[in-house]
Design a binder for this molecule. Structure first.
Ligand code: PLP
Length: 286
């Protein structure tokens, strides 16, 4: 089926949608993005995603081409036009197309930001990964230092993922100064003696929308949470490990750099958190 996508104010068949070769997203990765999951045709934690989008834009002095209410309407229209039941919506806002290549940012009054949205189908609730868990490798974190801003500069995470694939693993955990920052496109956690451990928020990691919800649900369920850095060695000795992201929810990690985590099968706390998250997010989806 040909998707209907949204490009700079128009809904178009994906085969007819075009952006300028001078778009700064294309030339310089001068763009921010969000991915919101959709379950049962409804948006999961839309509020969290638009709040982070606004923050990413404001940190980079970008001016949104649409209001946040318009953004919600566009998301809903795309769900309807594409008959989307389960999957997600990718949204990208770029600093526009000034008609030439220049390191200096164009005046936002003269060059409006560019905006693109498209849907994708993906099974989210029933996932094979949940039964089996994933294997990860560790790799140095060589991204820029403002990882709290969700930009489209994804070459290093993409490179890291390929290194993982070459070793037969699904993903890589990035390590800086001896401590895990996060996964290539997810936040990383370990569980030891019932305590959930994940790196504290700072510019070193993306402030995951799923992370915020998972930690809230964990605390509500009286689970112990410690927000602090951990090493690969500590992770290898943990009882459980898992990652969270908007389209992955909570996914168990069963092997890190060849070392089996716990008993080598998804742990009870990871499974329980995924269950609670799925149930609560379906209820709250809009
Ligand atoms: N960390 C990174 C580097 C990411 O790219 C992502 C998602 O793309 C996440 C964490 C998880 O964030 P969220 O839960 O908002 O999807």
């Amino acid at each position: 089926m040909t998707r209907t996508v949204y490009v700079n104010g128009e809904y178009l068949p994906e085969t007819e949608a075009k952006v300028s070769i001078f778009d700064r997203g294309f030339l310089m990765a001068d763009a921010v993005y969000e991915v919101t999951s959709v379950i049962g045709g409804k948006l999961v934690d839309f509020e969290g995603h638009v709040t982070r989008l606004q923050r990413s834009m404001s940190e980079l002095e970008m001016v949104s081409p649409v209001t946040m209410d318009e953004l919600l309407a566009i998301h809903r229209e795309l769900i309807a036009k594409n008959d989307l039941n389960e999957g997600g919506i990718y949204l990208q806002i770029t600093r526009g197309a000034p008609g030439d290549r220049d390191f200096a940012w164009p005046d936002p009054d003269e060059v409006p930001a560019g905006i693109v949205l498209f849907t994708f189908n993906k099974p989210l609730v029933d996932s094979k990964v949940m039964d089996e868990g994933i294997k990860v490798i560790s790799i140095p974190d060589e991204r820029w230092s403002r990882r709290d801003i969700k930009t489209t500069q994804l070459l290093y995470p993409s490179y890291a993922k390929m290194q993982a694939k070459k070793k037969g693993c699904a993903d890589a955990w990035l390590v800086e100064d001896g401590f895990v920052t996060e996964g290539t496109a997810n936040n990383a956690y370990i569980v030891k003696d019932g305590t959930i451990i994940t790196r504290q928020l700072s510019n070193d990691i993306l402030h995951g929308i799923t992370r915020a919800a998972i930690l809230r649900f964990a605390r509500e369920a009286q689970m112990q949470v410690e927000e602090r850095p951990f090493t690969i060695e500590e992770a290898q000795g943990a009882d459980e490990a898992f990652v969270t992201s908007a389209t992955g929810f909570a996914q168990p990690v069963i092997e890190i750099d060849g070392a089996t985590i716990g008993t080598g099968v998804p742990g009870d706390i990871s499974k329980r958190l995924r269950e609670i998250y799925t149930e609560e997010m379906i209820k709250a989806a809009i």
